[in-house]
Design a protein around this ligand. Sequence first.
Ligand code: ZN
Ligand code: ZN
Length: 411
Amino acid sequence: MSNPISKSKLKKLAKLSIKTGVNLQKGQNLIISAPIEALPLVREVTKQAYKAGAGLVTCFYNDDKMSLLRYKYANDESFDKAPSWLFEGMAKAFDENTARLAIIGENPQLLANEDADKVGRANKALSNAGAPVRERITAFNINWNIIAYPSADWAKLVFPKESKKQAIKKLANAIFASSYADTKDPIATWEQHNKNLAKRAKWLNEQNFSALHFKAKGTDLVVGLADGHEWAGGAAEAKNGTICNANIPSEEVFTTPHAQKVDGYVSSTKPLSHQGSLIDNIKVTFKNGKIIEASASKGEEILLKVLDIDEGARRLGEVALVPHSSPISQSGILFYNTLFDENASCHIALGQCYSKCFVDNENITKAQVKQQGGNSSAIHIDWMIGSSDMDIDGITKAGEKVPVFRKGEWA
Ligand code: ZN
Ligand code: ZN
């Protein structure tokens, strides 16, 4: 069977990841995590990393089949365990200025038929053990990047009517297109793309809104913004001084909401895949920043368990604006993966905020982030709320309304 994934485009994606995504510096070490199926991409990335002068490249693989074996054979206590030693080791590596690349491609509904209690406990253990890594990444201590690889099970979920080979080919091409890895010069394309996103972020920063009002079918939500919040989008400077593009693809501009000042109700517009479970038609009501009511047509049990992980899990840590005309949205493909679907739609995230999204973020302390309204939690889960009928108003400090989005597009 010939390979359905274009080798030349895979090479371009690998190079884009190392040069523009991670922007790996000479002598810098790199930690990669990837599904075992992504081996061809991992090897291309490794080659590019060493060509760019990497110190040492280390990869940790995960395997969907191994995950399922746990649910089939492990004893009950297994589901409260997570490899904290691994996350502590990674945290140590980041403190020594190691860069990070996450390659995603797992089956989004891998655990759909497993016991919800076990899935919830395993998620919780993993979220808690992962805290040292998540903190360093959300604070951009080091340069990092996420890209995707078209694994077979994921491809079959996105294109259920196609043969396995055809599905992989289609998903591969959709990944390359939305990542701009199929353009003539992907690195130059991203330079221009970053400029466009920076322009949007600059405008929002100049407006310095105190809140955003989202209105659409099933949604009437006022999201207060954190004191001293800053909008970001595209390239970002990590604390080690390296400018990276954390997400490839990325179409969003985003900032930190105020954890105490979110009121109203909101409905999701795309299914959310969370750690192998699909959660669909989410509806939640906020009062003083906290979710007081939540439901979902599918995966409700998982959603409710997520909300109970800790105090911050019921509050927002991110709000992001993406026009409905974004290329990923235009493709009409539902990826069942947040890296893609969040870039097709305005979204909000439950849990941990980005301390990066504050004015003077290089010097801001954890206590200041909290005092200015930034949320903290063991989770950070983006979910999609945008649609072609979404209107957004910015509310100024004086209480005036400024149109930001009309019918899903920049006003
Ligand atoms: Zn986002
Ligand atoms: Zn997010």
